[in-house]
Design a protein. Structure first.
Length: 391
């Protein structure tokens, strides 16, 4: 009887010891997951989508019963225009934590983008019921009403956003657009001006203000504002188009012709990428379409747009070699040799038998005055070229 009691006691001790160790491992995993989650969010805020995606997945593996990694994945998928995958991730987050207001908000946004307005409104209102201080929810619900041309209810939501955050630019801008759609141009001007006072370098508010002045036939003010737009964003095609019209109306023929030529040049680029943009609407993961766009952007000097597409390609397929090559070339074109070196180094790690990667590594090392590294890289490139099979 004593022996049986001892056995039971030992079993219980082993059980509780295992339970305690499991709990400790779980707590360690949660701490580690939170640390990685913070890193992922920072990457996301910095627009480093590849690194953010990797970190969110690591956090998910460490803490599969935590909702936030799924929210993070949903944000990444939404940014990549993978709406259904984003919805799936957010709904998984809600299955773990049903009262997570941010997941309801993001589902509202995703369904709005899919033009499923009733579902979007349902999720937005649920988010508000959980947290009435989330200004982006009111903005999203307002835009949801705008999409249905329900301008009265839209304005109610934008004004509620202002009550929550009076210094935020976005609700004033959206009110300006709503007044413009309703034909109250003077009120639209007032709202755009307020938005600009709050954030003086927000291009979209200047542009909409310029267009509103055009509608009011106040061409001198339209010119002043639209010139500001193209100063902030030289490739703003619509601004050049409207600026050309404003110059023409104001009798400045030569300037109008210059703006028209700029508009037509950039319009040609848009026309060239249009077929690939259509392909991406059907399949956002079409890497060949994205790479074709990169080549067009590079040819015409649209290097920022080329870089953005490369980053998107790598977030879809992290070992897509043409994206690494294009990133190296894009940074070299801008004489950003440190960045070019980084991507060349990444290329050699992803494809260590590719001579081109080491050639780029040598080139960027020369520009960075790293002579020994350049020699080593070029020697490796030559070695790989000699070892490659000849056809």
């Amino acid at each position: 009887m004593v022996k049986k009691s001892v056995v039971v006691l030992l079993v219980l001790m082993v059980f509780f010891c295992c339970l305690f160790q499991t709990q400790l491992r779980s707590e360690d995993n949660n701490v580690q997951s939170q640390k990685i989650l913070n890193q992922a969010l920072q990457h996301y805020e910095d627009d480093h989508l590849i690194q953010a995606l990797i970190k969110f997945k690591q956090a998910q593996n460490l803490a599969p019963n935590s909702a936030m990694p799924y929210v993070g994945l949903g944000l990444i998928y939404a940014t990549q225009n993978h709406l259904d995958k984003g919805i799936e991730a957010m709904q998984k987050a809600l299955s773990i934590q049903p009262d997570l207001a941010v997941a309801h908000q993001e589902l509202g946004s995703l369904f709005w983008r899919k033009r499923e307005f009733n579902l979007a409104e349902t999720y937005y209102r649920q988010a508000i019921s959980l947290n009435s201080k989330m200004v982006l929810v009111y903005m999203g619900l307002g835009l949801n009403f705008v999409s249905q041309r329900n301008f009265t209810n839209a304005m109610v939501q934008f004004r509620q956003a202002i009550k929550v955050e009076p210094t935020l630019h976005a609700p004033y801008h959206s009110l300006g657009q709503t007044y413009a759609w309703m034909g109250d141009l003077s009120k639209a001007v007032e709202m755009y001006q307020t938005a600009i006072q709050l954030e003086p370098n927000r291009i979209e508010s200047y542009y909409e203000l310029g267009v509103t002045y055009m509608r009011l036939k106040d061409y001198p003010k339209a010119i002043t504002v639209l010139e500001k737009v193209v100063a902030l964003k030289p490739r703003h095609k619509s601004a050049h188009y409207n600026l050309a019209k404003a110059y023409a109306k104001f009798g400045r023929k030569q300037l109008a012709e210059t703006e028209t030529r700029l508009f037509e040049a950039w319009h040609q680029v848009d026309e060239k990428i249009k077929p690939y943009s259509r392909r991406l609407q059907g399949n956002p993961e079409d890497l060949q379409a994205r790479y074709a766009m990169v080549q067009i952007y590079q040819k015409h000097g649209w290097l920022q747009e080329a870089e953005e597409q490369c980053q998107l390609m790598l977030s879809i397929q992290s070992d897509f070699i043409p994206a690494y090559v294009a990133l190296v070339e894009t940074h070299i074109s801008q004489k950003r040799f440190q960045n070019a070196y980084f991507w060349a180094k990444q290329l050699t790690q992803i494809r260590p038998k590719l001579a081109l990667g080491y050639s780029y590594l040598g080139l960027t090392s020369v520009e960075l005055e790293r002579v020994d590294s350049a020699i080593e890289a070029y020697q490796k490139a030559i070695e790989l070229e000699l070892d490659s099979p000849k056809v």
